[in-house]
Each structure stands twice: as C-alpha cells, then as structure tokens.
Design a protein around this ligand. Sequence first.
Ligand SMILES: Nc1ncnc2c1ncn2[C@@H]1O[C@H](COP(=O)(O)OP(=O)(O)OP(=O)(O)O)[C@@H](O)[C@H]1O
Ligand SMILES: O=C(O)[C@H](O)[C@@H](O)[C@H](O)[C@H](O)CO
Length: 215
Amino acid sequence: MEHKPLPPTPPTEPNNPSSSMTTHNPPTNGGPTPESPQKHIWVITGPAGCGKTSVAEHLHQTFSLPYLEGDTYHTPDNVSKMAAGHPLTDTDRWDWLITLRTACLSTLKTSPGVILTCSALKRKYRDVLRIASYGHPDVKVHFVFLKASEVVLMERVRGRKDHYMKDYMVKSQVESLESPGSDETDVLLVDAGGEAEVVKGLAEGLVKKVMDRSA
Ligand SMILES: Nc1ncnc2c1ncn2[C@@H]1O[C@H](COP(=O)(O)OP(=O)(O)OP(=O)(O)O)[C@@H](O)[C@H]1O
Ligand SMILES: O=C(O)[C@H](O)[C@@H](O)[C@H](O)[C@H](O)CO
C-alpha cells in the first residue's frame, strides 16, 4: 500500500473551444520570448536494457548538450533494493523523479537543452517530469521512448556485467511499463530492437527534426 499523494497531472488543452480562444495570461506566460528562448528537456526512456545510456551518450556528443544519468540519482536504498531483486514502488520512485526534474531545470539555467536518462515507465512518472514546464513556459519536455521486446531487454541486461540490475528484474520492468499512449504527443517512439548504431541514428534523426521545427 502506497500512501504518498500523487501530484496533479499537468493541465491539458481546455475542451471548451471558446475558452481555448480566450487567454488571460500575459504573453510572457504563453511560451518562449526573445528574452527567454525555447529550452528543451530530452528524456530518454524505457525499461532496463533498452539502451537509454547508449542513446543519451550519443545525443550528448552529437548535440553538445549536457547529459544527466538518471540512475546516478537513485538513493543508495533504492539501488540496494533493486540489487536485492526487489522492484521499486511508486513511493520509491517519487522523490527520485522530482530530483531529476529539479536537476534538469537547474541545468537549463546555463544551457538551451539537457538530456536525461530515466526509465519513466508509467504515465504518472512522465507527468511528474512534464511539470517542469509549469511556471517555465520557455521549457519543453520531450520523451524518446526506446521500444524493445522483453527478449531483447533480457539479452542486453544479461550481457552487461557488474551492474546492480540483474536480468531477472527485466520482467518487473516490463510489467510496470505503461507504453506511451497516442495522446502523449511529446513522445518520440524509437524502435530500439536493432543494432546500437541504427538505434542511435533513429533517435538522433527524430530529435533533430523536433529541434529544427522549434528553431
Ligand atoms: N541497440 C543495441 N544493441 C545491442 N546492445 C545494446 C544496444 N543498446 C545498448 N546495448 C547494450 O545493452 C546494454 C544495456 O544498454 P544501456 O546501458 O544503454 O541500457 P539502459 O536502458 O541505459 O539500461 P539501464 O536502465 O539498465 O541502465 C549495454 O551493455 C549496452 O552496451
Ligand atoms: O524505475 C526503475 O525501476 C529504475 O530506474 C530502473 O529502471 C533502473 O534504475 C535501471 O534500469 C538501471 O538498470
């Protein structure tokens, strides 16, 4: 039983078309301005072994953006728990997600973008990260979801030595996973089942497209 309350889901577009045409916000609350241009958080997501770290390192080098490895922000307790074969609960992940969001916003103070690896397995976890845009209309959050089968994940995690996340944890990761829905329009879906170079290229292409569009 988990007791921590969930934060609010970020507001969606109003359903009422007339209200969507009326804005009471001053223009500076509505998006980037010449004084505060658009900034981007690129969250590389998916279950253990999907290739988040490999893709994030590639994007970091390609786009010269700072990169935060989400796993290094887990508490020692969380790491011990996973190493002992116990999946994290929502409660275990909650403060971690908030810490990641804060770290991204802090990085954006000196950079136009930041790359973050974070499993973000559930919709509500992605919503916690989406809140980064609250009060920061110049900040856009994007998710690169690396989709791979359980068999592929198992193979990759098994092949990795000296890591706390063992292959028998993959099942729980896949069970927890809520693949992004079509309404999550800030998600870039990447087929991560192929060779590493191919997957990196696919992710780079999608990110570049969004970057060019918002330039
Ligand atoms: N496309 C790929 N094809 C084959 N092997 C890959 C591919 N991408 C990554 N790997 C390898 O699979 C293992 C897991 O990759 P990586 O650490 O990038 O995944 P991850 O999603 O960050 O995992 P975790 O969340 O457990 O840290 C590593 O040994 C990596 O070298
Ligand atoms: O939300 C989670 O369960 C965790 O973030 C895991 O995804 C691990 O940290 C990662 O897979 C390391 O191997």
